[in-house]
Design a protein around this ligand. Structure first.
Ligand code: AMP
Length: 146
């Protein structure tokens, strides 16, 4: 039996994203696992929804930013040959949405990048640490040298 069947790659479009993404692809291939991908929109104001969330926003620039992120996301998912049904772009707090989706999709390994923490980062914590703390499955933190 394969050790991992469903692997979730969390991406944030930072410079090291490509490196982390390639490693995730290799892991998935190694274990003949399905690769899923998630990006959490945490810095774009959510447009008005039927649920009543209204955050003041410069509509044009928010939608432009969303389009840019969407096309980057599709490009990375295409490069990794991830099928459209395993691509997730959601609004929210990264650690919450990553672990929520992992539970929903029966993910057995989450892959995130992990920076060396210093200065303000030490005080604020990191997404990798938060995911590790909240996840119900294995978490692989790909070490990134700053
Ligand atoms: P950070 O702690 O913010 O430096 O991020 C570390 C890692 O967490 C990144 O390399 C990603 O794997 C993941 N991550 C951070 N922010 C997001 C996000 N908005 N959506 C998905 N994954 C994220």
């Amino acid at each position: 039996m394969n050790l991992y069947r469903n692997i979730l790659l969390a991406i944030d479009f930072s410079d090291h994203g490509h490196y982390v993404a390639q490693k995730a692809r290799q892991f998935a291939d190694q274990f003949s696992a399905q690769l899923h991908i998630i990006h959490v929109l945490d810095n774009i104001p959510m447009p008005d929804t039927p649920y009543g969330t209204v955050i003041p926003l410069e509509e044009d620039s928010a939608y432009e930013l969303l389009e840019i992120k969407k096309s980057k996301f599709i490009q990375i998912a295409d490069q990794l040959s991830i099928t459209p049904t395993r691509r997730w772009m959601v609004w929210g707090a990264p650690q919450e949405e990553i672990t929520r989706l992992a539970a929903q999709e029966h993910i057995d390994l989450i892959i995130v990048g992990s920076h060396e923490l210093h200065g303000l980062g030490l005080l604020m914590g990191s997404t990798a640490k938060d995911v590790l703390y909240h996840a119900n499955c294995d978490v692989l933190a790909i070490h990134i040298k700053d």
